[in-house]
Ligand binder design. Structure first.
Ligand code: SF4
Length: 370
């Protein structure tokens, strides 16, 4: 626990919160991009330690939340085929599609299995040569390397019964979509440290320059997040807009060369529709042509399925930092983790789930660190 204790030390946290208060002269709105950071902020009451001039809004950094309804419906359609063993990370099972979720499909007889790694799905395909094993490849740049390696492995092993429904999304284009919106209020970003551990942060440099917005690569513990806020506010108060790295213990500017090789070998950049937000150009990863044989959307002919999103769920506004979960009229009433209307109430990184768990009106106070 040595490292956790250091980054949750109450005295250090009070010191950094007071440094933020000292340098903050004007109101600033910052967005933490990653859902993991959102959960830490709400869980530890980090926003409550900040001066009132600083507003934290929550970003589109939860891959489960932004996977489109079409892809969830495609996943269900594939899973319902009798020859298929459908493999997914557990979070995706409760995400509502148009009329049901994967969990309901499983309850009705579909063979849906939770796996902890795409390589587990490859192993299943090897063990069950008479079945079609399909992996739901959801995630940002963080999980794309392991997905890519699973495809390479399946290709090397000449597996003909393994494929993937690919829903990978990329963070920098989503940040640009937020900044380009006429409703944007974000003046600085805390960028997700684990994404940058893979990709480095060179892709953020043109964004910081183009939109005149500071971007601070930030970790996930309370002290990391407050330090990221301090670095971001210092830039804003000084009129700077640069990319800085708070998470130096895990992130290098150039990222992880091996992981990026795997991504580039297997995937190409494609347009992607984001749940609640809509299409964002060049914001997804799709399989490159040499790996078409592993594309489940092609193999099962589901790529053309279209779907309607719930008109009641405002998660798109939440994921763009325009609204907070408690501003949703359905929050905690018609929408709960047991009966979710949107993915942000289901995912372990979802903003609505964080507010429901740690800050619903009747809940105990957050685990304040000070
Ligand atoms: S509370 Fe439910 S309905 Fe409202 S935005 Fe969140 S997920 Fe959507």
């Amino acid at each position: 626990m040595r490292f956790l204790d250091e980054y949750r030390d109450a005295k250090a946290i009070r010191g950094i919160a007071s440094a933020i208060t000292k340098i903050t002269k004007r109101p600033w709105t910052l967005m933490e991009v990653c859902g993991g950071q959102t959960h830490a902020i709400v869980r530890f009451g980090i926003d409550e330690l900040l001066p009132k001039l600083i507003t934290l809004v929550h970003g589109p950094g939860c891959p489960v939340c932004v996977t489109s309804v079409e892809l969830v419906d495609q996943a269900i359609a594939i899973a319902q085929r009798p020859e298929v063993i459908f493999c997914s990370f557990g979070d995706m099972l409760r995400v509502p599609g148009t009329s049901q979720d994967l969990f309901a499909a499983k309850a009705a007889g579909a063979e849906v299995r939770i796996v902890y790694s795409p390589v587990d799905a490859v192993a299943l395909a090897r063990e069950h040569p008479d079945r079609e094993v399909v992996f739901f490849a959801v995630g940002f740049e963080t999980t794309a390397p392991s997905t890519a390696m699973a495809v390479v492995l399946a290709s090397q092993q000449h597996l003909t019964n393994f494929s993937m429904l690919v829903s990978h999304v990329l963070v920098p284009p989503a940040m640009e979509a937020v900044l380009s919106s006429p409703h944007n209020t974000v003046q600085g970003f805390l960028a997700a440290g684990h994404v940058c551990a893979i990709m480095g942060y060179t892709e953020y440099e043109p964004i910081a320059a183009r939109y005149r917005v500071p971007i601070v690569v930030t970790g996930f513990e309370p002290l990391d997040i407050l330090h990221g806020v301090l670095m971001c506010v210092a830039q804003l108060e000084e009129g700077r807009a640069e990319v800085e790295n708070q998470y130096t213990r895990a992130v290098r500017r150039e990222g992880n060369a091996q992981a990026m090789w795997a991504i580039r070998e297997v995937f190409e950049i494609v347009p992607r529709k984001w749940r609640g937000i809509g299409p964002i150009a060049r914001s997804g990863l799709g399989l490159r042509a040499p790996y078409d044989a592993f594309d489940a959307a092609l193999r099962f002919d589901v790529a053309t399925l279209s779907a309607e999103e719930s008109s009641e769920c405002i998660s798109g506004l939440i994921l763009q930092g325009i609204k907070k979960p408690i501003e949703c009229p359905a929050f905690g009433t018609r929408c709960t983790p047991e009966r979710p209307l949107g993915a942000t109430m289901v995912s372990s990184e979802g903003a609505c789930a964080a507010y429901y768990r740690y800050r619903r009106p009747a809940a105990a106070p957050s685990e304040a660190v000070a």
